[in-house]
Design a protein around this ligand. Structure first.
Ligand SMILES: NC(=O)c1ccc[n+]([C@@H]2O[C@H](COP(=O)([O-])OP(=O)(O)OC[C@H]3O[C@@H](n4cnc5c(N)ncnc54)[C@H](OP(=O)(O)O)[C@@H]3O)[C@@H](O)[C@H]2O)c1
Length: 233
């Protein structure tokens, strides 16, 4: 049975990943979130699927929290890691302040790096380990060239950095057989995406899961859209 670790499972895409995976697959899901006690919907899922869903605390801003979970799960293998936790900020270059940008990087980039690094021993125990970093088209430098969409400068830069992290980690971890990809979930109706977004969270997560099932080592280092298309860095 596969073990899947998901960060940021309290709501939005992370919560829906837990819901759909628990309903449809034979797997054990380690559904992590900052504050398990207040994550009611996640706890309801854990009650409905007690053999499949374990809710554990993980704040990706805290190295202590990450290391403590990695230690708690020592000796377990992790087949699939969804680095999903993320924060958005729409500020432009003139509005953005250093502490805001630092926090965006801390969650979206440093947090992802620390989670990946801390769970390498667990991934190495799996047969065909896969890491899916949830990025964004806003992190594609090439696409920005096409659309000239401004704003969200800290977020976009963080997702571009996340994409580089994917690429470099895919090279560093190739010898271990660990596949690392970035995906964009599309524009999704969550707290982050807002009510006007293109996809319901159910539609987006169906696509994410379908794509994830098809990823192979040859895809490592790639950046993929919700329909499986390659997104240019
Ligand atoms: N929605 C979109 O249109 C869209 C588009 C492109 C990419 N994405 C990416 O998709 C991912 C999920 O987004 P979403 O739409 O589901 O956002 P969301 O509804 O705002 O949910 C974000 C999740 O991340 C968690 N999180 C934030 N900071 C965290 C931390 N320090 N440690 C652990 N968890 C933390 C939140 O937990 P709390 O409940 O504790 O705050 C929440 O579970 C993000 O990486 C985002 O950048 C989303």
């Amino acid at each position: 049975m596969k073990t899947i670790l998901i960060t940021g499972s309290s709501r939005g895409i992370g919560l829906e990943l837990v819901r759909q995976l628990a309903t449809s697959s034979q797997c054990e899901i380690i559904a992590t979130c900052r504050d398990p006690e207040s994550s009611d919907e996640l706890n309801d899922l854990a009650k409905t699927y007690p053999d499949k869903v374990k809710v554990l605390p993980l704040d990706v801003e805290s190295e202590t929290s990450i290391e403590s979970l990695a230690k708690q799960l020592e000796g377990h293998s992790i087949d699939l890691l969804y680095n999903n936790a993320g924060i958005l900020d729409w500020r432009t270059i003139e509005e953005l302040e250093a502490p805001v940008m630092e926090r965006i990087y801390k969650v979206n980039v440093v947090g992802t790096m620390l989670v990946l690094r801390s769970f390498l021993p667990h991934l190495r125990r799996a047969n065909a380990p896969l890491v899916v970093n949830v990025s964004s088209r806003l992190g594609s430098i090439s696409l920005r060239g096409n659309t000239q969409l401004g704003g969200a400068i800290g977020y976009s830069a963080s997702k571009a950095a996340l994409n580089m992290l994917t690429k470099q980690a895919s090279i560093d971890l190739a010898a271990d057989g660990i596949t690392v990809v970035s995906i964009s979930p599309g524009w999704v109706r969550t707290d982050m995406g807002g009510p006007d977004a293109k996809y319901s969270v159910e539609e987006s997560v169906e696509k994410i899961i379908r794509n994830t099932e098809g990823f192979e080592p040859k895809d490592s280092g790639g950046f993929f859209g919700e329909d499986g298309e390659t997104i240019p860095y």
